[in-house]
Design a protein around this ligand. Structure first.
Ligand code: UDX
Length: 449
């Protein structure tokens, strides 16, 4: 394949200054666009949400992501934002597709936004390549290739370049990745994607498109499996008197296993693990195969927040009605404002359904679309949320919770009962401060004073 009309922008920086149109100004698109701008490329980011683009144009950043605002500000001369797809594509060498692929009602990935991007490329003869970063089912690249061919863009290369960045450290992960995976049928396109990443510190692995698509789904499924496995070990620990934290510390020292993604808790959430495990299950099912291990991984995770609520309820004498419970943390993990598929949704909704009054705290979380009432009960500090409460539950591992005056909180609560859903605090210490302290995979400690 040749790259007709392909001319690196000589006014760019060290990496040659290609012109990149990034579609999608979400967590992935913004980080991708800002990092490419930092690497010296001219980037235009396009989104369909007017409010988002207005915010970006006026110097704001619509999401919280560590270091992103600074990166966008520092590279403002190489970054523009638009609502207009044609404007974004005009003059671009490469189109990066970073739109979201949410679950359909059937659990498959909804690719409609990807198709809208591809449809908007008709006539973009100067393009050298289209690269999909969004997480997609295996086989999507082949379909996109065929769609580009039908649109008269046979000369435009195609590559899959899945993202592995974790929210809260996405800028760092992009610039210092464990690996950059590039899937392409043609070596020139793979070479081009490699060139775009010049300046990124990490190994590159080039493979076929389908395998690259699969890497992302397999990696996320295995990470989710590691957490669910740890949570099952935690449950067994609870019933047998072992301490999951001690177990995991020793297990993780085995170099074949490693210590990561073995933190027991109320389960995984976020924009990737739940959606991607559903998509991989659906993909397997569509091919007539039931991915049994993955089903168990998801089932265990669905149970985690429910088990926590049930244990708390039993401790409270079997009912939440007329009681007040403080929910500490709404975001799906610390360091992000993202609430997508956060365990807090299930926990808070269950509490409300059982008649409890919920008071919550979170330093960053956006309002939850699925539980708008949570905003109304939001407190300014953890202690404010716990004041007068009959129980509190830690759902997100915010470091701020380590700084709380827990002795003061114990006195301020109607009943000093704390369920630590992230094993953040020390059981003995919490007991000595007057708490009945429950956690995941560890013995419940009763107040020792
Ligand atoms: C994940 C992948 O890590 C990333 O590579 C991919 O690109 C997108 O999905 P992210 O969803 O941002 O990233 O968060 P991550 O840090 O992986 O955590 C996911 C969930 O697992 C969170 O809810 C977190 O609280 C939970 N988790 C993580 C645990 O319960 N225990 C652990 O040991 C690790």
């Amino acid at each position: 394949m040749s790259l007709p009309g392909f001319r690196p922008n000589s006014s760019g920086g060290d990496a040659g200054g290609y012109r990149i149109a990034v579609f999608g100004a979400g967590y992935i698109g913004l980080v991708t666009g800002a990092c490419f701008a930092k690497l010296g490329h001219q980037v235009v980011i396009r989104d369909i949400q007017e409010e988002r683009i207005d915010t970006l144009r006026s110097g704001g950043v619509p999401i919280h992501e560590e270091g992103l605002a600074e990166l966008i500000a520092e590279n403002a001369d190489r970054l523009t934002f638009t609502l207009d797809a044609a404007e974004a594509v005009r003059g671009a060498h490469v189109v990066y597709v970073c739109v979201d692929t949410p679950s359909t009602a059937a659990g498959d990935a909804d690719l409609s936004r990807i198709w809208q991007v591809i449809d908007s490329l008709r006539g973009a003869d100067q393009l050298a390549a289209v690269v999909v970063k969004s997480t997609v089912p295996v086989g999507t690249g082949e379909q996109v290739r065929a769609a580009l061919d039908r649109a008269g863009l046979q000369h435009v290369g195609y590559a899959s370049n899945p993202e592995f960045t974790a929210e809260g450290r996405a800028v760092h992960d992009f610039l210092h990745p464990d690996r950059v995976v590039i899937g392409s049928a043609d070596p020139e396109t793979a070479k081009l994607v490699t060139l775009l990443h010049e300046g990124v510190e990490g190994p590159e692995i080039v493979m076929d498109v389908a395998s690259a698509e699969m890497v992302k789904l397999a990696a996320n499924a295995l990470l989710a499996a590691k957490i669910s496995f740890t949570n099952e070990i935690a449950t067994v620990c609870e019933t047998n008197g072992a301490d999951v934290e001690q177990v995991v510390r020793a297990v993780g020292l085995d170099h074949r296993l490693g210590p990561h993604f073995m933190k027991a808790g109320v389960g995984w959430g976020g924009s990737c693990f739940p959606k991607d495990s559903r998509a991989l299950q659906a993909m397997a099912n569509n091919g007539g195969y039931a991915f049994q291990m993955l089903r168990a991984v998801v089932d265990v995770n669905d149970l985690q927040p429910r088990r926590a609520i049930q244990r708390l309820k039993d401790e409270l004498g079997g009912a939440f009605h007329d009681l007040t419970v403080a929910v500490l943390g709404i975001a799906f993990k610390a360091g992000t404002d993202d609430v997508r598929e956060a365990p807090s949704t299930i926990i808070a909704s269950r509490l409300v359904a059982e008649g409890a009054t919920v008071r919550c705290w979170d330093p960053l979380a956006r309002p939850l679309k699925t539980a708008p009432w949570l905003s109304a009960t939001r407190c300014a500090s953890p202690v404010e949320a716990m004041t007068g409460a009959d129980a509190a539950i830690i759902v997100t591992e915010w470091p701020e919770l380590l700084e709380v005056d827990w002795a003061g909180a114990a006195s301020a609560m109607a009943r000093p009962l704390l369920f630590d859903g992230r094993n953040l605090l020390d059981p003995e210490q919490m007991g000595s401060l007057g708490f009945t302290y429950m956690s995941v995979g560890r013995t419940t400690v009763r107040a020792s004073r």
